[in-house]
Design a protein around this ligand. Structure first.
Ligand SMILES: [Zn+2]
Length: 243
């Protein structure tokens, strides 16, 4: 993806710390602010665990720079400019490529990928990004089942999480599902999810747990039944298969 070192340097000068700017852009992207809709300061503050006043401050700075990464208006919220969207998707591409590399090549445990990628995603060079992608055979999906944006800064077709996917925690009644993707944000959850054999692309048979608020699940062809808490079920996205 094309973002010259030149731009990076300019951004660092005008907007302060690249790392925190990137995290703002990613959070806005995640909350849907790359589309027509705008993201509220409250939602953004929640996602970033930062005080709303600091968020407002940062957005004013970002929106006021010569090539703004965001469009921000008081009371209307914020969305990404096209330059902001490009950068956000580039950072997401870095993140997901790094996670895939750590997992497949360096044998990192699944629950350690995210934290390492959060650190490295801001700093890898274009060359390094291309080398990783080539080494991995230009993967489209990361180990958590999330689509890796293309070199051109677009989400590939059949983007995952799929639009028709739902949270396992929102499943009502029994059914058979395909596992779409798993949130990468909670290491503890990731460990228990992997221990149940839940991986993207696998089949999942689900019924409401009789004993608790959670779910009883079986994956693939295994006959072993696992119990998942509601909380862990919030980190798993699934797509229902027709009966
Ligand atoms: Zn991650």
């Amino acid at each position: 993806m094309e973002t010259g070192d030149h731009n990076m340097a300019a951004r660092r000068r005008t907007n302060g710390n690249t790392e925190s700017v990137d995290n703002y852009l990613k959070a806005i992207l995640y909350l849907g602010g790359a589309e027509e809709s705008r993201v509220t300061i409250k939602a953004l503050a929640g996602r970033l665990s930062v005080a709303p006043a600091s968020v407002t401050n940062m957005l004013q700075k970002l929106a006021g720079s010569p090539a703004p990464l965001v469009e921000y208006e008081r009371h209307r919220g914020v969305r990404l400019s096209s330059a902001g969207k490009r950068r956000a998707l580039e950072v997401v591409r870095h993140h997901r490529l790094i996670e895939t590399f750590l997992y497949q090549v360096l044998d990192y445990p699944i629950e350690e990928l995210h934290e390492e990628a959060e650190r490295l995603e801001h700093f890898i060079s274009e060359r390094f990004e291309q080398r990783i992608a080539a080494k991995l055979g230009n993967p489209r999906i990361d180990p958590h089942g999330h689509s890796i944006p293309t070199m051109e800064g677009e989400m590939p077709e059949g983007e995952r999480p799929a639009r028709e996917s739902i949270l396992l925690a929102d499943v009502v009644g029994d059914g058979t599902f395909v596992i779409d993707s798993i949130s990468d944000r909670d290491a503890h959850s990731l460990r228990s999810i992997e221990a149940c054999g839940i991986t993207p692309g696998a089949r999942l048979r689900v019924r409401k747990s009789a004993s608790s608020e959670g779910y009883s699940v079986r994956t693939g062809r295994s006959s072993k039944v696992f119990d998942l808490s509601r909380e862990v079920a919030r980190d798993v996205r699934v797509v229902r298969l027709p009966k």
